[in-house]
Design a protein around this ligand. Structure first.
Ligand code: SF4
Length: 636
């Protein structure tokens, strides 16, 4: 059995123009085998967590994993690690597509970017040949136009490009990094950090697939996972309707966040913005990531209005540009999605911030004078497109909304803070904690702000025991016999923490959670262990993998602690604890006292301090992170 592979790191200092390469030995890489675990390992050796996120001192790190580039479904994701300008916490933002495999294929597990270029530049990476190139011709251009110019300039149609749009250039706090013009490292404002460095794009040349360590074993595994994919009805539905196929289902249950979470029922519009409607009307084709037959990505076209280059909306986008704003016009939502991908904005924070502004407007906290004359009533589909343009360009009222809803609320005052529906400055995803309290707990405690992809969702514990057995959650010790999702007891808290550790493995190893997450009856711990063995010769166990996942969570939380965050920041908005006012779930209420008692139990399960909610020295040392404890003692 070979040792764990070494990690190759590309270091670029944009201030000095210096480019260098280094190797992290396999025995170290094994502890931080990719994603933001590797990113944090590199970042925390030299960066002060208290720095201004938009200063040259912030580091911007693109990481893949030891498994990236192997020819199998769900292994092509890239994670950006930096300090978030939106939340002030660590940022961890993930995207799929083809950029990740080619970043790895060019020889790099991490690209570490420091400093700030004097004028706009982009990076061109072709194996050992790494160039910092003038981006004067593409600065200011939307992603589709910039991609075209860059490809012509370097005379190579086959490159993959991760870039910012005008949103990132203008330092919109929730600017995204976009690859393929439709895949986003969307959350946490990583695009603004890139913009603050005058870095327009990272371009990687096309490369060959990685060779597996045990070719025969890998082939056998690939065949078995493909059969599982083909035979799974859930996956067929995901491929056909995308994640947007859930809109009507959640609405029928009475849990579709509407009008900035004032309502949770959207009978007048849910059907119009559902993934099935999209499939039956404007879907042009289904797109995919490297080596994945599922094809869950949407490509829509409305001739003369919406360009298929910019993909199509998924569940969160349909809700945030749709029901959050009371908008039921699919064409407007799809156009909003296109603009976000053109300008490089996170569709989620963008839609939620507009919904926040609509509530401020309807309640008289802002008027036509503040909004440049735009009538920001819920349901007014005419304002969505001009507002997104204004935000990306920071024009007029858009300049305020470009700061995100938390900062906008602070500035508007007069009680506007009550209308900010987010945690740690980041707007909530579209899964309601009143229905999914475990997800709500993750919103509260997750180190990089509210996130719906960092732990498993409650409905998986409401399935019959035989279904649960079939699922991979059983393999990490998850069983429950609930007849509804609303429960928050000891088992549910353990479900949050243990599934968070498992999700953290997938995020560290840069795996697509639709395929490798614990609950989809698809590939789980057994296949993952076999993938590690046949793919790279890593003879691992579920025990070691769970420690990998837990280590990443603790590193993120430790970073935040150094930046000044504590348990007081793990709070859901007040509105979440009010009774649901309308629809089939009317009267449902999340018990606030019990919820926070459960969070105290979560801290105890995680080995975090009861007073601060931060990792204790003992927990850090248990996870081989004593070096961080010692380092920050020296800093104090
Ligand atoms: S399931 Fe969807 S997101 Fe995941 S790898 Fe396949 S196409 Fe990409």
């Amino acid at each position: 059995m070979q040792l764990f592979p070494d990690a190759k790191v590309l270091d670029i200092d944009l201030s000095s123009g210096q480019i260098s390469k280094r190797t992290i030995p396999g025995q170290t890489y094994r502890l931080y085998p990719g994603g933001s675990a590797l990113g944090l390992y590199l970042l925390m050796q030299e960066m002060d967590p208290k720095i201004d996120p938009l200063s040259p001192e912030n580091m911007l790190i693109f990481s893949v994993s030891a498994l990236t580039g192997l020819p199998m479904a769900g292994l092509s994701r890239v994670v950006v690690t930096t300090k978030s300008p939106l939340t002030g916490t660590i940022a961890d933002s993930q995207a799929g597509g083809f950029f990740p495999v080619h970043m790895k294929g060019n020889g790099y597990d991490s690209i570490v970017i420091r400093g700030k270029a004097e004028k706009p530049v982009y990076l061109y990476i072709n194996g050992d040949d790494v160039q910092i190139k003038d981006a004067g011709n593409v600065w200011g251009k939307v992603t589709g136009d910039a991609e075209k110019v860059i490809r012509e300039e370097i005379n190579n149609e086959k490159v993959e490009i991760a870039q910012i749009g005008p949103g990132g250039e203008n330092l919109v706090k929730y600017a995204a990094i976009i690859n393929m013009c439709n895949r986003a490292n969307g959350r946490n404002g990583t695009g603004a950090v890139m913009g603050s460095k005058n870095l327009k794009a990272v371009v990687v040349n096309k490369s060959k697939a990685q060779q597996p360590y045990d070719k025969e074993g890998f082939k056998k595994l690939a065949k078995s996972v493909t059969t599982q994919l083909e035979n799974n009805p859930g996956v067929a539905g995901l491929g056909k309707y995308g994640t947007g196929g859930d809109v009507v289902g959640f609405n029928d249950e009475g849990f579709l966040a509407t009008d900035n979470w004032q309502r949770s029922y959207f009978p007048e519009g849910a059907q119009d913005i559902d993934g099935e409607t999209l499939y039956n009307t404007i879907l042009k084709e289904r797109d995919t990531c490297y080596a994945c037959p599922v094809k869950c990505k949407r490509v829509v076209e409305i001739p003369g209005v919406v360009d298929p280059l910019y993909g199509g909306p998924e569940y969160e986008t349909l809700c945030m540009l749709g029901s959050y704003c009371g908008i039921k016009d699919m064409q407007t939502v799809v156009l909003g999605n296109q603009l976000c991908n053109m300008y490089g904005l996170d569709t989620m924070s963008c839609g939620a911030t507009i919904a926040f502004a609509m509530e401020c407007y309807e309640k008289g906290l802002i008027t036509d004078q503040d909004t440049d004359g735009l009538k920001l009533n819920f349901g007014n589909s005419e304002v969505l497109v001009p507002l997104i343009e204004k935000i990306a360009k920071r024009e007029g009222f858009g300049d305020l909304l470009a700061e995100g809803s938390k900062r906008a609320a602070d500035q508007i005052g007069n009680g506007a803070e009550e209308f900010f529906i987010g945690v740690k400055g980041q707007e909530l995803p579209a899964h309601m904690p009143q229905y999914k309290p475990a997800v709500g707990m993750m919103y509260a405690v997750n180190p990089f702000g509210a996130d719906h992809q960092s732990s498993e969702h409650d409905p998986f514990l409401v399935m019959p025991p035989d279904s649960q057995e079939r699922m991979n959650i059983a393999k990490i010790g998850m069983h429950a016999d609930y007849d509804n999702t609303f429960v928050m007891d000891d088992d549910k808290v353990r479900f949050v923490f243990d599934s968070q550790c498992f999700f953290s493995i997938t995020d560290t190893m840069c795996l697509c959670q639709f395929l490798w997450g614990p609950c989809w009856e698809l590939f789980g711990p057994t296949e993952l262990i076999e993938l590690c063995r046949t793919g790279i010769g890593w003879d691992t166990s579920l025990f070691e993998l769970m420690r990998v996942g837990e280590r990443r969570i603790n590193m993120m939380r430790f970073f935040n602690a150094q930046a000044g965050f504590t348990k007081k920041d793990d709070k859901l908005p007040k509105r979440i604890f009010e009774p649901i006012p309308d629809g089939p779930a009317k009267g449902t209420q999340l018990d606030e006292k019990k919820f926070y008692e459960s969070i105290d139990l979560y801290y105890a399960f995680a080995g975090w301090d009861a007073e601060t909610g931060n990792p204790t020295d003992i927990t850090m040392r248990k996870l081989s992170l004593g070096w961080l404890v010692e380092k920050y003692k020296e800093v104090e």
